[in-house]
Design a protein around this ligand. Structure first.
Ligand code: CP
Length: 326
């Protein structure tokens, strides 16, 4: 067990070693048990987390805020638009100043080409841990919650299990690319064979694909890329199908929407899910475009684990905060 996490930033999925991720998960399971028993666990009494949002959130904001309260501390919500950030406070100023007020700084900044650099710039000047609540490239706490959920449903030995990470059509907006990128980086370390499925215009970043392939080789798991959703679903143990924008192909939202609209048949429905194993689980980080990305029958049906997945955000984030912010 690697326990030396005090003061550490968590911005990319590979910022923590496999052993450190296992430590976070072990504590997350323990905190989940304590919460179920009503046992107090105030590991961060008197500590305060800054939660800086440049983009909307339901689950991330709520789970970090509730988590800090359950750990005996407090979380302060900061909206970039209603602070002087909108009038010029720089990343250096945010790191220096919020780092002196708070015991941790959590940030969501998903703007393409900006978010990850911004969070790293804040971290460079912060004296307290910086935790990414999602950037343009990665969504590390979503993926830790996903991993916890997969272990709960499929056990700790995940070798030879097939995980499909698939693009799906959405009409609401061009969603960030961070979830699939984080999934392909983190999951090979835990033994899952990865099948990535997307139309040609929805490729992930080349450097991240290279790193994911390197992780797959290192941990001796499969890694394949296909452009057919049905082919991907065949024999799957885990189906993780969500939309993301064609950001690597074009940063122009109008062009991106036109490209996206070519693939309306990329929906997770009963016929596609029937191609997976009978006990396959369906995962989505939410929010989903219902009956566009996924049918009601699947997201509300027996394969779906989306609410456990959302709950586990709370437990993994509490574990990570308790380990980094004391
Ligand atoms: N899955 C997730 O990050 O949800 P929110 O955007 O609501 O925080």
């Amino acid at each position: 067990m690697q326990t030396n996490l005090r003061g550490r930033d968590i911005i990319s999925d590979l910022d923590l070693s496999k052993e450190e991720v296992e430590t976070v998960l072990d504590l997350a399971f323990e905190l989940k048990r304590k919460r179920a028993l009503g046992e107090p666990h105030p590991y961060l009494r008197d500590k305060v987390l800054a939660m800086l949002f440049f983009f909307s959130s339901t689950r991330t904001r709520s789970s970090f805020e509730a988590g800090m309260a359950q750990l005996g501390g407090h979380a302060a919500f900061i909206d970039s638009r209603t602070t002087q950030i909108s009038h010029g406070d720089t990343a250096k100023e945010i790191g220096e100043i919020l780092g002196r007020y708070y015991d941790g700084i959590a940030i969501r900044q998903v703007d393409w080409g900006i978010g990850n650099k911004y969070i790293n710039d804040v971290a460079e000047y912060s004296r307290v841990p910086v935790l990414s609540m999602q950037c343009d490239l990665f969504h590390p706490f979503q993926i830790l919650a996903d991993l916890m959920t997969i272990i709960e449903k499929k056990g700790r030995d995940l070798r030879r299990k097939k995980m499909v990470v698939s693009w799906a059509y959405a009409s609401s907006y061009l969603k960030p690319i961070s979830v699939p990128q984080s999934l392909i980086l983190q999951m090979p370390r835990f033994g899952l064979d990865i099948t990535l499925a997307h139309p040609p215009e929805f490729k992930l970043r080349g450097d991240i694909m290279e790193e994911a392939r390197a992780q797959a080789r290192k941990f001796g798991v499969g890694f394949e890329v296909v452009d057919d959703m049905k082919e991907a679903f065949e024999g799957a143990d885990i189906v993780y199908a969500k939309s993301w924008g064609p950001l690597v192909t074009t940063a122009d939202p109008d062009e991106g929407k036109k490209i996206q609209d070519r693939y309306k048949d990329w929906i997770t429905d009963e016929r596609k899910m029937a191609l997976a194993k009978p006990d396959a689980i369906y995962m989505h980080p939410l929010p989903a475009d219902r009956n566009i990305e996924v049918t009601d029958g699947i997201i509300d049906g027996p394969h779906s684990v989306v609410y456990d997945e959302a709950e586990n955000r709370l437990h993994v984030q509490k574990a990570a905060m308790a380990l980094t912010m004391w």
